[in-house]
Design a protein around this ligand. Sequence first.
Ligand SMILES: Cc1cc2nc3c(=O)[nH]c(=O)nc-3n(C[C@H](O)[C@H](O)[C@H](O)COP(=O)(O)OP(=O)(O)OC[C@H]3O[C@@H](n4cnc5c(N)ncnc54)[C@H](O)[C@@H]3O)c2cc1C
Ligand code: SF4
Length: 330
Amino acid sequence: MLRLPRFRYLRPKTAREAARMSADLGPRAMFVAGGTDLFPKLKRRQFEVETLIGLDFLSGEVRQSDDEVVVGAGATLAFAAENQHLRRVHPGYAQAAGLVSSPPLRNAGTTGGNLCVDTRCNYYDMTFEWRKAAGFCLKKDGDICLVAPSSPRCWAVSSSDTGPMAIALGGLVTLAGTDGERELPVAALYRDDGIDYLAKQPSEVVTELRLRRDEGVRSAYVKLRRRGSIDFPIAGAAVAMRLDGGTVASCRIVLSAVASHPLEVPEAADFMVGKTVDEESARAAAEIAAQPAKPLDNADLTHFWRKKMVRVVVEQALRAASDQTGGLDG
Ligand SMILES: Cc1cc2nc3c(=O)[nH]c(=O)nc-3n(C[C@H](O)[C@H](O)[C@H](O)COP(=O)(O)OP(=O)(O)OC[C@H]3O[C@@H](n4cnc5c(N)ncnc54)[C@H](O)[C@@H]3O)c2cc1C
Ligand code: SF4
């Protein structure tokens, strides 16, 4: 049985205090929210930290005003998936939250933790002993990428389900740091780098996700994984679109699990503008969307097949968003 290492646990009362603790302790400390990703990784010694800074002060609510829906970063994925505001106004987000891992992990895992979740790779998400036997890699303890040995960078895969959907919906995150708060588009939260995958300061806490309340926007998330009951995505498509008299007035399409960051495909989205969503247009857009997706041989199933399946998830997500009438319960 794998055991957690010894660590000190700090319990700040505010995001500012948490940020200060993190800034003081540097890389020897990490934030923990639900711990559903962090604890298994600590057991596998993928992180070596002396201190965890608990984020249980974060709001677990979803609030609604006239112009936005605000998801507290402490809201569990289960809560977000069942929340009536989200299901009605941003069904794609509720779907994405409801498709993360398994019910027990959605009861503990948070929406903030899901936005910040580590990138994944078959050569990295292994026990210490496995990694030692295979040879360590760039992301932890080594100096070579085992998937692409001639590459100077890490290609670990962005595997958040809600991140792509939040980008497609034009969401903003509020970040609390040592000097105060700032807002950032979710699209700007990520870097195309398997190691340094978040663009925020390490000491900044994600406190909430703000989604504009736009009743005319339809959204859908389609996810492919081996076991529907628990697995991470091996391809996913988040679509948000506005229809005007049956034709697409605006559209955003963001892919999951095909790059080190959620991959937006504006060429495919632009292709849809001015068209009705039918079999032919959705298939042509899906073909365009799959072009920049470059899955590597470091996740479940073969990368050739995953690339082919990007077309399928995009086509399904476009059709699902366009067919929507009044949210998930409508
Ligand atoms: C078997 C299994 C299957 C899984 N399947 C999926 C899946 O299908 N899709 C998916 O997206 N995820 C999956 N996960 C990963 C994880 O359960 C989710 O991503 C979850 O949402 C993480 O949230 P958390 O609150 O538990 O984060 P934690 O594990 O507490 O933290 C994750 C990371 O985010 C940082 N962090 C957490 N909250 C904040 C914050 N508010 N501000 C700044 N940094 C923060 C932590 O320091 C850590 O680096 C799976 C995990 C397991 C073990
Ligand atoms: S992509 Fe390469 S460097 Fe990154 S975790 Fe995988 S093997 Fe390691």
